[in-house]
Design a protein around this ligand. Structure first.
Ligand code: 6R9
Length: 658
């Protein structure tokens, strides 16, 4: 996909780290050299940041590649590392979680509280017959019990499978069945958009079809009435009456810690399996390095949901293993008003904020006056994850949230990688807006062409990881073949890679002239227009760089002449004129703007001005649905959409706009 790339994305701005941050950074440029010198010794030192009950014998056993074993023979307890050791070190009174409910109710959970709750939950699960190796499904809103439930499983060696609270009964059923979960932990519901949103009825429906489930633990959150069966137990009876004494036993470094399902390109979700020692090592180290987290002074906030991998690694395991103080928020960013996020930053004096490009673009749409109404001076570092961040969104984030001063770390990683892989280091890297920059110390990545050959600087292709890393997925739960086929078959160990195992991430990427990495979206999101490969991300970035566009999604639609044609959906900014002729004029201007920015080949055949874009609940644009609209097909499955009415709006706009 190299040819069209040369004239795409000529973003040249670069921002060095603030001098003070660089001078006091947890991790300096030396880490790159150390890791390049002896990668395994580097990871061994990072594993040493954790408390091990028994040291490992071998850092990496790759003899059965690509099935990895890290820190073999080592034993540790994840919950001990995230909770007990901080209490033992005298930090029991320190706040672990400042929790903010959507209706404005709050809870303060110290490390001593977290210890007590985790021990009680561990005893309650044991009482229900859960033992090491059993699977427990967790289907909860963003309340402290979600973190407690995960830690309690880790404490007794049960493997958790968190299912996002927005998923349907079918999705929950499939996930419970695939892992044969014995217990489900849920709540009556949570608060979303100003109203209670029930969870228990969905669990009831799922459990009716899941014979493996013996017990259901139910947290009372909304107080709404719920159906009740012989399998159900109230959390406040079972957990809050359980003994607060529990001694954590160490588990093998390769003991299964959690399964997390990711949808991928086919319908059947894959249960990504993560284990204990390597996962915690990298989740913990990257939190320390990329967020420059200082547990004594920072207040950290990751806005993800615990149902996604970002919530696992950067709400629960990464921050807590580092002894951080963090904010956890139950609800949506615009309830009861559009300044809710900034109000929370202001109230808790948040210093490190980790959020997603989709949210940043939404905030752009709402306008910079909203953050300007709050005191955001406590912030010192901003992070982004989940999608490529367009340069304009990056600049907006730095400008209006980060006072034009703060470093923005754009962190590329996946459910499968378990922890961050490609990202700036905030005290070292001169960041370029829109680029994840370089592999972190200890990570080895490359961009290769169709044949698996490394592309030169300036070239584009597929992102691959060429050396194993501690937090890598170990397999797809119950399906080793799918693990091999999906991730390890595309490029080897084959002709161009020698004996090397090469991990195929499924993302398109390019290397700029300095060798820095730019992510271009999933490879299925690359369009072939008149023989030229053009990435949806780059056309979207070009559109968003126009002052009248807040957000854009681009798809390739079948075209009789060009193979595929570029069809764009753009949300105008609040200030843009779009009525009548003004709309037509804006569309013409935007088509020309893209042609000017990226070259005539990238000029969209068609641009639709739309009020919203279809997104999954984790904020990724569902281009599949937009492709259906662009090709005049009836809509496929919309159940994972955050708001299914969006598609009606878009489809009706599409027919009238033609
Ligand atoms: C952590 C997470 C993984 C996919 C990944 C890629 C996209 C995530 C990104 C990014 C560009 C970034 N992605 N971070 N693309 N720049 N900083 O999101 O995991 O839900 O498994 O999604 O998300 O396409 O392959 P997951």
């Amino acid at each position: 996909m190299s040819e069209a790339l040369a004239n795409l994305l000529n973003e040249t701005r670069q921002f060095p780290p603030p001098a003070e941050l660089a001078a006091n950074a947890n991790v300096t440029a030396a880490a790159y050299d150390e890791a390049a010198g002896d990668r395994l010794a580097f990871w061994e030192r990072q594993a040493g940041r954790l408390a091990w009950a028994q040291p490992w014998e071998q850092v990496l056993d790759w003899s059965n590649a690509p099935f990895a074993k890290w820190f073999t023979g080592g034993r540790l307890n994840v919950a001990y590392n995230c909770v007990d050791r901080h209490v033992e070190a005298g930090h029991g009174d320190k706040v672990a979680i400042h929790w903010e409910g959507e209706p404005g109710d709050t809870r303060t959970v110290t490390y001593a509280d977290l210890h007590r709750l985790t021990c009680q939950a561990a005893n309650a699960l044991t009482e229900l017959g859960v033992t090491a190796g059993d699977r427990v499904a967790i289907y909860l809103p963003m309340i402290p019990e979600a973190a407690v439930a995960m830690l309690a499983c880790a404490r007794i060696g049960a493997t958790h499978s968190v299912v996002f609270g927005g998923f349907s009964a079918d999705a929950l059923t499939n996930r419970i069945q695939d892992a044969s979960a014995k217990v489900v932990i849920t709540a009556d519901g949570g608060f979303r958009r100003g109203k209670p949103s029930a969870l228990k009825p969905t669990v009831d429906e799922a459990v009716a079809n899941c014979p493996s489930v013996e017990h259901v633990l139910v947290v009372r959150r909304t107080g709404e009435e719920v159906g009740w069966s012989a399998k159900d137990h109230w959390w406040h009876d079972a957990v809050e009456n359980a003994s607060p004494e529990h001694e954590a036993q160490p588990f093998d470094a390769e003991h299964p810690l959690f399964i997390l399902y990711t949808s991928g390109t086919t319908a059947r979700p894959k249960g990504i399996l993560h284990t204990t020692g390597g996962y915690l090592t990298q989740a913990s180290y990257t939190t320390h390095a990329v967020f420059d987290l200082k547990p004594e002074t920072d207040v950290y906030w990751c806005t993800a949901d615990i149902g996604w991998v970002t919530g696992h690694s950067y709400i629960v395991y990464g921050p807590l293993s580092n002894g951080a103080t963090q904010v956890m928020y139950e609800g949506t960013p615009d309830t009861p008003h559009k300044g809710r996020f900034w109000e929370i930053v202001d109230k808790y004096r948040v210093t490190i904020l980790y959020t997603a490009p989709t949210l940043i673009r939404t905030m752009m749409k709402w306008g910079e006056d909203v953050p300007a109404g709050y005191d955001l001076s406590s912030l010192r570092l901003l992070g982004s994850v989940g999608e490529p961040i367009n340069p304009e969104a990056w600049i907006w984030y730095r400008q209006y949230v980060g006072r034009g001063e703060l470093p923005v770390v754009d962190t590329w990683w996946q459910t499968e990688t378990g922890a961050m892989m490609i990202s700036p280091l905030p005290g070292v890297t001169e960041a370029k807006p829109g680029s994840a920059m370089a592999p972190l110390p200890g990570v080895v990545a490359d961009v290769v062409d169709d044949q698996g050959e490394s592309v030169p600087n300036g070239g584009g292709g597929y992102l691959v990881l060429t050396e194993p890393w501690p937090s890598m997925l170990r397999t797809v739960w119950g399906d080793d073949n799918r693990f091999l086929e999906t991730y390890w078959s595309r490029f080897g160990a084959g002709a161009n890679t020698g004996d090397k195992w090469v991990y195929f991430a499924g993302d398109g990427a390019k290397k700029d002239d300095d060798g820095h990495i730019w992510l271009l979206g999933r490879v299925d999101d690359v369009m072939l227009v008149s023989g030229h490969n053009i990435s949806t991300t780059e056309v979207e970035s070009a559109l968003v760089s126009h002052p009248s566009v807040a957000e854009a999604a681009v798809v390739g639609a079948t075209d009789p002449t060009t193979g595929q044609a570029i069809v764009a959906f753009a949300i105008p900014r609040g200030s843009a004129e779009t009525g009548g002729d003004a709309g037509e004029q804006l569309i013409a201007e935007l088509r020309n703007h893209v042609a000017r920015t990226l070259g005539p080949i990238a000029k969209p055949r068609q641009i639709m001005l739309v009020p919203e874009l279809p997104k999954t609940r984790s904020g990724k644009i569902m281009r599949r649905l937009l492709r259906d609209v662009a090709e005049n097909r009836s809509l496929g499955d919309v159940t994972t959409l955050q708001d299914s009415s969006v598609m009606e709006l878009i489809s009706s706009g599409m027919s009238s706009g033609k």
